[in-house]
Write a new protein. Structure first.
Lengths: 137, 121
């Protein structure tokens, strides 16, 4: 069971929001005692996914939450946009594939950096990506 | 944004330290600045110190690696210095290969590496 301990919503509307979102994520990881490796991994994933929203959908939202599963502290970030959506999720997740100016590692790379990764996308409706990183025991 | 990251010349080497969080516009200006500086100063080596960066995402990694490949086409080898352990671990886990640049632990090692590359050709 995952419980939410704090909740913050940030809008993604400009390129600078890539920096603002990842700063907020880093601050939360550090406040929860993540080591530098976990902090860098989560912060980098947040940067990739925020940039994806900005590049592909131009606007969206990042929901940043402190969570716990009873024994471990974690950070969950949900990226939501109403952009074009992903036609071929499997191909997009395979990496090395890019339709815009990101380099195609955004999705596949981010997945390798976090503990939980969930992606929902519908063409013409948008994309939601939810990631969770747990503090090492 | 031009000139946001200083580029110094030391003999036949250009030295630059990326000490600030790279916004996209800054990163692109940095790439252009470095290439212009190489052309102006006729150096054969470029050192990019990134010990100040606590995060390098695929965008910044691409800018750095591309800069190295572009510099190489101009006859200049690039050494990336001081990548932090967590940054290195993150890039490798993501699957990003920094093709086009050499790497060294710190500035001293970077200069030595450049000397040996320059000596070899």
């Amino acid at each position: 069971m995952m419980t939410t301990r704090s909740h913050r919503e940030m809008r993604i509307e400009t390129e600078d929001d890539v920096i603002l979102v990842r700063r907020a994520v880093r601050a939360l990881a550090e406040a929860n005692g993540f080591d530098v490796f976990a902090t860098a991994a989560l912060t980098t994933a947040a940067s990739e996914l925020t940039r994806n929203v900005w590049v592909h959908a131009r606007k969206g939202v990042a929901v940043i939450e402190e969570v716990t599963n009873g024994t471990r502290a974690g950070v969950r970030v949900t990226f939501r946009d109403e952009g074009p959506g992903i036609a071929d999720v499997e191909r997009a997740m395979a990496g090395g594939f890019s339709t815009a100016r990101t380099m195609g590692l955004g999705l596949s790379g981010s997945r390798r950096l976090v503990d939980q990764f969930e992606l929902h996308s519908a063409v013409g409706q948008g994309t939601t990506v939810e990631i969770v990183k747990w503090k090492a025991l | 944004m031009l000139g946001a990251i200083p580029i110094l010349r030391m003999g036949d080497v250009l030295l630059t330290t990326v000490h600030i969080e790279l916004r996209d516009a800054v990163a692109e200006a940095f790439q252009a600045d470095v290439l212009s500086a190489i052309e102006r100063s006729h150096v054969t080596g470029l050192i990019i110190d990134i010990s100040g960066l606590d995060m390098v995402d695929s965008y910044v990694a691409r800018i750095l690696a591309e800069t190295g490949r572009m510099a190489r086409l101009m006859g200049t080898e690039t050494v990336l210095c001081g990548m932090r352990p967590e940054v290195s671990a993150t890039l490798v886990r993501m699957g990003y290969l920094m093709a086009g640049v050499h790497a060294a632990l710190d500035l001293d090692e970077g200069l030595q590496l450049l000397r040996s590359i320059q000596g070899a050709r």
